[in-house]
Design a protein around this ligand. Structure first.
Ligand SMILES: *Cc1c(COP(=O)(O)O)cnc(C)c1O
Length: 384
């Protein structure tokens, strides 16, 4: 990767890392059961590039791809993707015809939504393939248990006419990164009850799924027929510290060239509001990326970057286009590379470090990075 000269500021995504992670995750879950795997590529693949990541995931044997919105599903199809694809978030009035025509499987939360999906399918002569969602306790999307039997009965009656195929029943955990949290067992209990109700109504869903990355890695008893890997596919631990055997590789490296290096005097205030005052004369470097690129403003005085062979602190607040790091005794020239975060090799900084420093989660760090960064995809296996 270092053979590519750094642009002003760029996001480098290693597709070999994505393929490695997809394979590794399959191996990790297959130790217990052998669920199908879905790679979740919503939100531009958590900032990594949806189309490129989708191709890499398919190449590495991901059985399914998952996205949130119908638009995302259509964009994937437009890119040439043809495999099993699930989209779970739509609003009333959105047209289902295009996704149904494209063979996308969709989520059904309510009777009226299911009727809308079926009507759209009938209009174009396509039998919709629907995964009914039970809200097992996240209180987000999906049918409440009290409405579940009616939804299943309605769906089963329509399935018998051939108007729809109920291919899945699914749900989502609220605290899967905390395996001892009581919500997990409670949700699993509701899920099993919902599956029994569905079966009693005459439904025979092929795909029963409830696990995201953390659930899949920490709750093998909840694997069922499929697990949905988002964050872990990008090489980031979804439940830091819970397992030490993951062997994932962060796929995203964010780097920039130092725009300027200079000495400042003891007592000099740095960046807006002078929230950091140099306690002694020191050297600082100017990094040409800011909250316009999705660098959290909260990283000011908290996060570190890798420059001149060591971790260097951000001094003062992050501005729209730039921020300042303290190089101290570190030897660096204008134009030298700064790595904001990446694989973490050799003590370098990770997205998780940024999340910890900023009081957020790694998901938000990688997903929001963008703006004026140039994003490039590389394949470290090709380079070898
Ligand atoms: C985002 C999402 C996932 C992936 O979650 P990770 O924690 O990133 O693995 C899985 N399922 C649903 C419904 C989601 O919204």
């Amino acid at each position: 990767m270092s053979s590519t000269p750094a642009r002003r500021a760029e996001i480098v995504v290693d597709l070999a890392a994505i393929r490695h992670n997809v394979r590794r995750l399959r191996d990790l879950v297959s130790a217990a059961t052998t669920p199908a795997t879905m790679t979740v590529v919503k939100a531009d693949a958590y900032g990594h590039g949806m189309v490129e990541v989708a191709r890499a995931a398919r190449a590495a044997g991901s059985d399914w791809l998952g996205v949130a919105t119908l638009d995302e599903a259509l964009a994937l199809r437009a890119s040439g993707d043809v495999g099993p694809l699930f989209a779970w978030l739509a609003v009333p009035g959105e047209e289902y015809q295009p996704v149904l025509a494209a063979g996308v499987e969709v989520a059904g939360y309510t009777v009226s939504q299911l009727d809308g999906i079926i009507a759209a399918g009938a209009e174009i002569g396509v039998q919709p393939r629907v995964h009914l969602k039970i809200d097992t306790g996240l209180s987000r999307g999906g049918a409440h248990l009290r409405d579940w039997a009616a939804l299943c009965t309605h769906a089963a009656a329509l399935e018998r006419t051939g108007a729809v195929a109920i291919t899945g029943v699914w749900s989502h955990f609220a605290a899967s990164d905390e395996p001892e949290h009581p919500a997990n067992d409670a949700q699993l209990g509701v899920f099993k009850e919902a599956l029994e109700i569905a079966e009693a109504a005459g439904l025979t869903p092929q795909w029963r799924h409830i696990c995201n990355s953390a659930g899949a890695l920490l709750r093998p008893d909840a694997h069922f027929d499929m697990v949905r890997f988002g964050l872990a596919s990008y090489g980031i631990d979804p439940a830091p510290g819970r397992r030490t055997d993951l062997g994932l590789i962060p796929a995203m490296t964010v780097r920039a060239k130092l725009a300027m290096v200079k000495e400042i005097d003891a007592g000099a205030g740095v960046s807006y509001g002078h929230t950091w005052i140099a306690p002694r004369a020191t050297r600082v470097g100017l990094v040409p990326a800011g909250y316009g690129e999705g660098i959290p403003r909260a990283a000011g005085n908290r996060a570190e970057v890798w420059a001149a062979g060591a971790r260097r602190p951000i001094r003062g607040v992050v501005c729209m286009d730039q921020f300042v790091i303290e190089l101290g005794d570190g030897e660096a020239d204008p134009g030298d590379e700064v790595e904001l975060f990446g694989t973490g090799a050799d003590g370098r900084v990770t997205a998780q470090d940024w999340a910890d420093a900023c009081g957020t989660i790694s998901y938000e760090i990688v997903t929001r990075i963008g703006g004026r960064f140039t994003r490039v995809h590389v394949d470290s296996e090709d380079a070898q």
